[in-house]
Design a binder for this molecule. Structure first.
Ligand code: PMV
Length: 348
């Protein structure tokens, strides 16, 4: 029996202006715009192969070799949308093979630990959507696909691009204007580097969905964040990227991470994603910047304790050389499972 097949990879992205808060949980529409940097696929990526065949009796997802749930509402929303588009294409071109009604086998593999607290869902849903869209030969741009991937996991919409990517929140109720766009390709600022410090490989205590829900519902500070802090940070961030102004890029990155974690601490009861080792990483960045006499490193933290440090290639020695010995003396650091330098950003 014929098996139709398509493979793709999608990279991890790490936000420098954070998405935090849903204005429509069902459609995954955000309360604010966000902006991220896409990391190198050599270091962190998901590889997904989508196959369709009459021989399959049900949709199946294998994630790192193990059967994984496909029945979640978000996954189903992505599948529904992709099949609807394929069916429309088949109606228009009767000579196309009828794939829309066939069951799918999806085989997905991360080249990093899924449970490491890194943004695996972003790369995962981006690869999932693109692999099926390619299999279905949908004539869709990354921005169009971002509308579908967003419904799987908000941050996934940014993983359809390399380089510097904005997710415009939009304000339409149907979410058709809530999509990702490229701000600049990686080649615009090829000296950019990211260092991932895996402080803890444990799964996060409060999921991003429930953390966002609680923050929107109970934090007063959050209202200020979405009304004034994020809009200003988006403007400053886009300008700093256009100007390749690292000191400005770094300051906005660190301030936005601080602001996001402050709103988490402002919820009731409070949510703490960072731990003592995370805070030691912040102090290490401050030490590096003081020693350099200018801002050469920036930290940012997602919904977990792991740090991502951005820096420019020319400052590799100062950043990498200083980080390791500094953190050697920090309690808890020696148990860290990884000390990873991701070099190069991706074009995708
Ligand atoms: O896409 P989600 O639902 O996993 O949420 C991601 C939220 C943060 O990683 C904390 C911020 C971001 O913009 O990626």
């Amino acid at each position: 029996m014929v098996v139709y097949r398509s493979s793709t990879t999608a990279p991890v992205n790490i936000a420098v202006v954070k998405y935090w808060g849903k204005r429509d949980p069902k459609l995954n529409l955000p309360t604010n715009s966000s902006l991220s940097v896409t990391l190198s696929q050599d270091d962190l990526r998901t590889l997904t192969t989508a196959s369709a065949s009459e021989a399959y009796t049900e949709d199946v997802l294998l994630l790192n070799g193990a059967p994984s749930d496909l029945t979640g509402a978000r996954t189903q929303a992505c599948l529904r949308e992709l099949r609807t588009r394929r069916a429309a294409l088949e109606d228009k071109n009767p000579s196309l093979p009828k794939l829309a009604h066939l069951k799918l086998l999806l085989v997905s593999e991360n080249n990093f630990p899924t449970a490491a607290g890194l943004a695996s869902s972003a790369a995962g849903f981006a690869a999932f959507v693109r692999a099926i869209a390619d299999l279905y030969e949908l004539p869709a741009s990354p921005t169009e696909l971002s509308l579908i991937a967003r419904q799987g996991s908000g941050s996934a919409c940014r993983s359809l691009f390399g380089g510097y990517v904005a997710w415009r929140a939009g304000d339409k109720a149907d979410g058709l204007d809530s999509q990702a766009v490229e701000v600049a390709p990686a080649s615009h600022w090829p000296q950019m580097r990211a260092l991932i410090l895996v402080v803890s490989a444990a799964k996060k205590g409060v999921s991003s969905t429930s953390g966002m829900q609680q923050t929107v519902a109970t934090s007063g500070l959050f209202q200020q964040r979405i009304a004034t802090v994020v809009p200003a940070n988006m403007d400053l961030m886009e300008q700093s990227i256009a100007d390749r102004d690292f000191a400005k890029f770094a300051e906005v990155t660190m301030r936005d991470s601080n602001s996001f974690h402050a709103t988490c601490a402002d919820t009731y009861p409070p949510i703490f994603y960072m731990n003592d080792v995370s805070r030691a990483a912040i102090r290490a960045v401050e030490t590096i910047n003081q020693a350099a006499g200018k801002t050469v490193a920036a930290y940012t933290f997602d919904a977990g304790p792991n740090a991502v440090i951005y820096y420019l290639e020319e400052n590799s020695e100062a950043v990498l050389g200083t980080f390791y010995p500094l953190l050697q003396s920090v309690d808890g650091w020696k148990q860290s499972t990884n000390f990873k330098s991701t070099v190069q950003l991706d074009e995708t």
